[in-house]
Design a protein around this ligand. Structure first.
Ligand code: SF4
Length: 418
């Protein structure tokens, strides 16, 4: 009798997880002369925007008013008109002498933003503004009404020098840094619109007292590459006596990981919410996805983020755009959880956000079950994780999508500045 030939059990083959990369569709990292990824930290020299009250300290405002030949207390009156009543219109400033109103307003509240275009969702509770600056540069902001809060996503630079391959703004390069007042003016204009009942259902009553409650620096630009002006803007936002008087906690400053600037921010003692746009937990992929990773690696950026928590006691947010087959693998969720847990518990929150889909491209959002699994793994590892709303994507207003189109450029050319 012969032994029956054993049936060979072949292990079912599982295909290795698909890994797409930025270069899959031919994207080439631009390099500088030394062969490192091209990054623009310095703003190209362009004509500076006119100096505005919001660029100055309260003392400087008084001095400037005096230089215009008027008593110093006029500065406080202008502050009230601008920061509380959201107006730069001399006709509405009836407490100022009619003879000097125009001069005072011209010297202290010059026009900084000219509206080029406004896009609204059907219900009108998300609005994207396209603004033209004094030199013709274009920037955008997005206003969003949520239950119990109103968030404005502001731009801090015209363009961006960080060159992230998935980001339309980054591909266009850096035009220039925005001034503190150009950043603030985005909020004042939004507050004006809200006070006029322009956000959401116009029949809604009781909007008079409403205003922007939350700011996210997630429009155009890398905020920490424009550090001094962004910090001046944050001071104006939070100043209760001489500024807008917002809560610092409602202000989120984000970065792709400029480590020295994160350390500086931690030392400021302004308890803003800090967000690190990580997008990959491994240097191999992050080097390609976030070119600034060539200067400061994942671990250095996470150490700085942890340092921010230690200094301020404020829980840090990790932003993670989920990109199909690029960075959404289960092992990356596990690696991210390990790296965060290695730095302690209770200091961080992860916000995955599905990338705005570009159908047929490598830059598309993860499938829903993959998104859910990514979130589940992080939560299971003890990292609080919430999938973020992609509000604004229907009008191309979500983060990483803020770039003026050719159409916008044409529309802007027809609009005189001021
Ligand atoms: S993702 Fe942010 S940092 Fe990167 S290029 Fe775009 S705007 Fe700049």
């Amino acid at each position: 009798m012969t032994e029956p030939t054993p049936v060979r059990q072949t292990k079912p083959r599982t295909a290795p997880p698909r890994q797409v990369r930025p270069r899959t569709e031919g994207w080439e990292q631009q390099k500088d002369e030394s062969g490192r990824p091209l990054l623009q930290f310095a703003s190209p020299k362009r004509g500076k925007p006119p100096v505005h009250l919001a660029d100055l300290t309260p003392e400087q405002r008084v001095d400037t008013v005096k230089e215009l030949g008027m008593p110093g207390f006029r500065a406080a009156q202008l502050e009230k008109h601008y920061f509380t009543h959201f107006t730069s219109d001399p006709d509405q400033m009836t407490d100022l002498p009619a003879s000097s109103r125009e001069e005072l307003v011209g010297g202290m509240l010059p026009t900084l933003l000219t509206e080029v275009r406004r896009l609204e969702t059907d219900r009108g509770d998300t609005i994207k503004f396209l603004w033209k600056l004094h030199d013709g540069a274009l920037v955008e902001s997005v206003l969003m009404r949520y239950p119990g809060r109103i968030t404005l996503c502001v731009s801090s630079q015209a363009g961006c020098g960080m060159n992230c391959p998935f980001c339309a703004t980054g591909q266009a390069g850096l035009t220039r840094n925005m001034s503190a007042a150009e950043i603030i003016e985005q909020i004042i204009r939004a507050n004006r619109l809200i006070a006029d009942g322009g956000l959401g259902d116009p029949r809604r009553v009781g909007h008079e007292g409403e205003r922007v409650t939350n700011i996210v620096f997630m429009g155009m630009g890398e905020p920490l590459a424009n550090y001094a002006r962004v910090m001046q803007a944050v001071r104006v936002m939070t100043d209760k006596k001489h500024g807008i008087g917002m809560s610092a906690r409602g202000i989120t400053v984000s970065t792709v990981g400029l480590v020295p600037a994160i350390n500086k921010l931690a030392a400021e003692e302004i308890p803003v919410t800090f967000a690190l746009s990580l997008h990959a937990p491994d240097d191999e992929l992050r080097d390609e996805l976030i070119p600034v990773n060539s200067r400061w690696k994942v671990d250095e950026a996470l150490d700085a983020a942890r340092g921010y928590f230690e200094k301020t006691g404020r829980r840090v947010s990790i932003e993670y755009a989920l990109i199909k087959d690029m960075n959404d693998h289960p092992w990356r969720a596990d690696l991210l959880a390990d790296k965060l847990n290695a730095r302690g518990r209770g200091w961080v929150h992860v916000n995955p956000i599905p990338l705005n889909p570009t159908p047929g491209s490598v830059w598309t959002s993860s499938d829903v079950p993959v998104q859910n699994e990514f979130v589940r793994r992080l939560n299971a590892a003890g990292i609080p994780t919430t999938l973020r709303d992609t509000r604004g994507k229907e009008i191309d207003g979500a983060c990483g999508q803020l770039v003026a189109t050719e159409d916008d450029q044409h529309a802007a050319e027809d609009i005189p500045v001021g």
